[in-house]
Design a binder for this molecule. Structure first.
Ligand SMILES: [Zn+2]
Ligand SMILES: [Zn+2]
Length: 53
């Protein structure tokens, strides 16, 4: 069991802010992501399943 990076529901976008934070052993500090994490989810805004150009 690891403490720190919580398991959140949803798909984390690779290379996104949350992905980087988790890989650094932290949780994302963006206000929108913090709010989503309170619900045990990943931020939908920052982790959209969308192909970036
Ligand atoms: Zn984020
Ligand atoms: Zn966000």
């Amino acid at each position: 069991m690891t403490l720190g990076a919580a398991e959140l529901k949803g798909k984390i976008k690779e290379g996104g802010c949350c992905d980087k934070a988790i890989k650094a052993g932290k949780t994302c500090e963006h206000p929108c992501c913090v709010e989503a994490a309170k619900d045990g989810k990943v931020c939908a805004k920052c982790n959209k399943e969308k192909k970036s150009s």
